[in-house]
Design a protein around this ligand. Structure first.
Ligand code: GLA
Length: 388
């Protein structure tokens, strides 16, 4: 059964009524520009064909009833009981959205919702942002907020979802995932400037060039709410303070060496070097895409991965193995994508060699005794919207 139909049926089976509609939002992979978003930098995600579906019906009171095909049982709570750290678990990514909409001055109320998640969980592909954005899209329509209808409204909706994630779910993430889910266009990568959240659609149609993007979900453990992500964010903010700039975006790559000398520790130097060089690589990747120079894009993927492994220290053995084995099998380039510490890698491959790259990666994982990875080819899909 399709995602929208599954969500609608779960709604009817659980609540005994018809939903007002079904909305959905995609997960993402980031092509390049990692941990740059909370540094006011650049990143370039695409939306995945994998989506999360929300069948939703508006209520006249302030009650919330939430059920998920991937959870167990109905979570019930009052909108007035939602706040920092409450509720806990996955329901925070649903209940945080109306809380955050109200804080931003948008009048909403209670609702019943049934969720069908088809973005792989824990794979670093932003299943949580897909959930928030599917609910946000539904609430915009059923409470007549008209935020889905314009790019500016979608930027506002993304900010609302980020606030829900930062404050209610207490994950200090930077905004790339929600922007990708609400703003990325089919056949395009989204060049996102996190200084002001302005965007540019960059054509990204690999099939037209006999290429493909292979995602390798390493299935290694990955948890953003743990301390590592927050520690990286704190280090970047400390480096910016020591340099007297608002964010590391304000450090020009041409002045990097002089800036690094002014930092108080080798650790901060490595963290800052990753961010400043990674932002420069996003600009170079945009130029490579404009010129259809995919060999160059592959080189940039590899340089990005090295920087994350050595300077930002967010890679793990499984991710490094995915990158080296894919490259040894002929990929033009590969890199880990997302927050790190597990999750997924991406490889840019010639279409006819996708199966061979995949087999080589799987064999390398088996040789090293890792869990078998999930490998799949993706293309750039469309943003959050209404399905039924
Ligand atoms: C996670 C966060 C994003 C971003 C990436 C790293 O996906 O949710 O905000 O920081 O990590 O680029």
């Amino acid at each position: 059964m399709t995602g929208p139909d599954t969500a609608a049926r779960l709604f009817r089976d659980t609540f005994g009524e018809e939903p007002d509609g079904v909305w959905s939002a995609p997960g993402r992979v980031n092509l390049i520009g990692e941990h740059t978003d909370y540094n006011g930098g650049l990143c370039m995600p695409i939306a995945l064909p994998h989506r999360t579906y929300a069948a939703l019906r508006r209520r006249d009171d302030r009650h919330l009833r939430i059920v998920s095909a991937q959870g167990d049982g109905v979570v019930e709570l009052d909108l007035d009981d939602v706040g920092p750290g409450s509720p806990q678990g996955w329901a925070a990514y649903v209940a945080g959205v109306p809380w955050s909409l109200e804080r931003a001055g948008h009048p909403v109320g209670g609702f019943d919702v049934a969720v069908e998640g088809r973005v792989p969980l824990g794979a670093g592909l932003s299943s949580s942002a897909a959930l928030e954005c599917a609910v946000a899209a539904a609430l915009s329509d059923v409470f007549d907020l008209v935020l889905l209808d314009s790019p500016a409204g979608r930027v506002d909706l993304a900010a609302v979802c980020v606030e829900a994630e930062n404050t209610v779910a207490k994950a200090p993430t930077g905004g790339m995932d929600q922007s990708a889910s609400l703003l990325a266009q089919q056949g395009h990568a989204l060049l996102l400037d996190c200084r002001d959240f302005s965007t540019e659609q960059v054509p990204f149609d690999l099939a037209a060039h006999d290429l493909a993007l292979l995602v390798v979900d390493t299935r290694a453990v990955h948890e953003l709410v743990d301390g590592q992500y927050a520690e990286r964010r704190d280090s970047c903010e400390q480096a910016a303070r020591e340099l007297g700039v608002e964010t590391l975006r304000d450090v020009d790559v041409a002045d990097l060496d002089a800036a690094l000398e002014r930092l108080s520790s080798d650790l901060l130097r490595r963290r800052a070097r990753h961010i400043v060089t990674e932002i420069a690589r996003v600009e170079q990747a945009r130029e490579a895409l404009r010129a259809d120079d995919f060999a160059r894009l592959g080189e940039l993927f590899l340089a990005s991965h090295d920087s994350m492994r050595d300077d930002f220290e967010i890679s793990v053995d499984e991710l490094d193995t995915a990158v080296t084995s894919a490259t040894s099998a002929g990929a033009l380039g590969a890199r880990m994508t997302g927050g790190g510490f597990g999750g997924s890698a991406i490889a840019l491959v010639r279409r006819e060699s996708a199966d061979e790259v995949r087999a080589t990666v799987e064999k390398s994982f088996a040789d090293k005794g890792f869990r078998a990875p999930e490998c799949f080819v993706v293309s750039a899909a469309g943003p959050a919207g209404r399905d039924l």
